[in-house]
Design a protein around this ligand. Structure first.
Ligand code: PEP
Ligand code: MN
Length: 235
C-alpha cells in the first residue's frame, strides 16, 4: 500500500491539530505531519509552537496516529524523543552532519529530505551518515530542487525517484507540496511520483487551507485530499 503521511505544515494549536488528526484517522491515515519547529526563510514568519506542542503530539499518539516531526537541532532530539514516532530531517539540514549522526544514534525511523540544492549522491551520502551511526530505518524524500524556472516553487525531480528506486534499496517518498508550492498541482504531482516508483508521499493538508499559518498556498483541503487518496489507494 502506498504510504501517505499527511497533515498541516505545522501544528498550529490543539484544536486545529486534533480535529485534523481525527479527519485523517477516519480516512485510514496512520502517520501525521506534526511539526513543532518550522525552519522559515524569514524569522518574522510563524516559527511553530515549539515545545508547548509536546502534549498535542502525545494526544495525536493516543489517537493511534504516528507523529512525524522535524528535528532542527541536535539538542531537540532528547526533548522530542518520547513524543515523536518518526524523525524528519528537513531539506535545510540534509547536510547537518552532526544532526544526522545524532538521529542516527536513535532507534526511530527517519525521513531524510533532499536539500533543494543537493545532488542525489549527496543525499545518499547524508543517508550513509545516519546508517553508519547505527540507524538503518531511513526513508528518502524527494521534495524538489531549485532551478531557474519559477512556475513551481521547486522542481520535483522525478528522475531522482526513478534513479533511487532502480539503484538503491531505500524506501523513497515524494513531497508534492513543497516541490510544487501550489495546491492546484499537488494531486497530479503525487500521482506522477507514484507512477515513477515512489513508495509514498508526505503531503500538507489543512481543514481550512487558506487559513494555514504556514505554506497555505501549497496546502490542500480535505476535498482534494480525498481525491489524492482515491488516486493512490484506488478505493
Ligand atoms: C516540511 O516538510 O515541513 C519542510 C519544511 O519541508 P522541506 O524541509 O522539504 O523544505
Ligand atoms: Mn511546509
Amino acid at each position: 500500500m502506498v504510504r501517505i503521511i499527511a497533515g498541516s505544515c505545522a501544528i498550529e494549536n490543539e484544536t486545529q491539530a486534533l480535529v485534523l488528526a481525527e479527519k485523517l484517522k477516519v480516512r485510514g491515515i496512520t502517520e501525521m505531519r506534526a511539526a513543532l519547529f518550522k525552519p522559515r526563510t524569514s524569522p518574522n514568519d510563524f516559527q511553530g509552537i515549539g515545545y508547548d506542542g509536546l502534549p498535542i503530539l502525545r494526544e495525536i499518539q493516543n489517537m493511534g496516529l504516528k507523529t512525524v516531526t522535524e528535528v532542527v537541532g541536535v539538542r531537540q532530539i532528547e526533548k522530542l524523543y518520547d513524543y515523536v514516532d518518526v524523525f524528519q530531517i528537513g531539506a535545510r539540514n540534509m547536510q547537518n552532519f552532526e544532526l544526522l549522526k545524532e538521529v542516527g544514534s536513535t532507534n526511530k525511523p527517519i525521513i531524510l529530505k533532499r536539500g533543494f540544492a543537493n545532488t542525489v549522491y549527496e543525499l545518499l551520502m547524508a543517508a550513509e551518515y545516519i546508517k553508519q551511526s547505527g540507524n538503518k530505518d531511513i526513508t528518502l524524500c524527494e521534495r524538489g530542487i531549485r532551478s531557474f524556472d519559477d512556475v513551481t516553487r521547486n522542481v520535483l525531480d522525478i528522475g531522482a525517484i526513478i534513479y533511487l528506486k532502480q539503484n538503491t534499496d531505500y524506501e523513497v517518498i515524494a513531497d508534492p507540496s513543497h516541490s510544487m508550492g501550489n495546491r492546484n498541482f499537488v494531486r497530479s504531482a503525487a500521482k506522477a511520483a507514484i507512477a515513477a516508483g515512489a513508495d509514498g508521499i508526505i503531503v500538507e493538508v489543512h481543514e481550512e487551507p487558506d487559513k494555514a499559518l504556514s505554506d497555505s498556498k501549497q496546502t490542500i483541503g480535505l476535498e482534494t485530499f480525498d481525491k489524492v487518496l482515491e488516486d493512490l489507494w484506488k478505493k
